[in-house]
Design a protein around this ligand. Sequence first.
Ligand code: 3PG
Length: 215
Amino acid sequence: MNSRDLLQLTPVLPVVAIADLAWAVPSAKALKRGGIGVIEVVLRTPVSLQAIQAIKEQVPEVIVGAGTVLNEEQLVAAIDAGAEFIVTPGLTPELLRAGLNASVPMIPGVATASEVMVGMQAGVSTFKFFPAATSGGVAAVQALSAPFADVSFCPTGGVSPSNMQSYLDIESVVCVGGSWITPHALMRTRDWGAITELASAAVTLAGDIDLAVKS
Ligand code: 3PG
């Protein structure tokens, strides 16, 4: 599956930081119960690789990827742990090369036209637009979509229920990403029911948008 097809499976890609390995499986199940079956576990905690492995093994109905991948070493470690896709906050020549040779899709982060062009030269057409809000938000994604007709974006960073629809309305936006569905406070208190509700609310909100039109 290529990265665009993968992101088309969900209108919202949760950015999940797992500080305690015991959160991994229940949080993935909670998201799935809320209707979200693709999740990004960020490599920002000591247990993130083990969390990816646990989700891959114990929640096979969820597609789990690794986020905040900064270099080739982390990319290899994430794939070894079972990551089914890779998300990076930015792009470097090293990561692009590694992504091209990887066995799973990679969604590199971009924030400028030049970065999109560097990615396109390497054959990438689906990008994380990051950090979305501070890089110009909806207007920036719209502006970037004009010259790059075949490019798709997953805006992430400052996306919330109050602005996700404006992003999803853009033809080139395949999904949005964000951490609001798995806030640290709810993870820490293991309030999986509340996480399911946030997931379900996000899916319902996105339901008004005809994602099929974008296929
Ligand atoms: C990311 O890693 O993609 C961002 O930190 C998520 O941004 P958000 O916390 O504003 O949703």
